[in-house]
Design a protein around this ligand. Structure first.
Ligand SMILES: [Zn+2]
Ligand SMILES: [Zn+2]
Length: 80
């Protein structure tokens, strides 16, 4: 099956707290397309992390319902 994003595939719930108000932020859709449009070097969707292992990734928008902030969070994909 290869690399899959746990959020896109409903395999995991990520809980992110809003840095401003501490409310729980809601996971939105993937924003990979948005990223690709502005950052050409990211379009391979692979990053090499500090541990030397390459991970595919998926970027999601998290939204704070309290203060209407949104924030992009990089989710490491998992290998199935
Ligand atoms: Zn995803
Ligand atoms: Zn907030």
């Amino acid at each position: 099956m290869g690399w899959v994003c746990p959020i896109c595939n409903g395999l995991a719930n990520y809980t992110i707290r809003c840095p401003d108000c501490g409310s729980q932020m809601e996971a939105g859709s993937a924003v990979q397309d948005y990223f690709d449009a502005y950052s050409p070097y990211l379009d391979k969707r692979i990053i090499r992390q500090a541990d030397g292992v390459e991970h595919n990734r998926c970027v999601h928008l998290f939204y704070c319902p309290n203060c209407n902030e949104d924030k992009r969070v990089i989710i490491n994909e998992i290998q199935m």
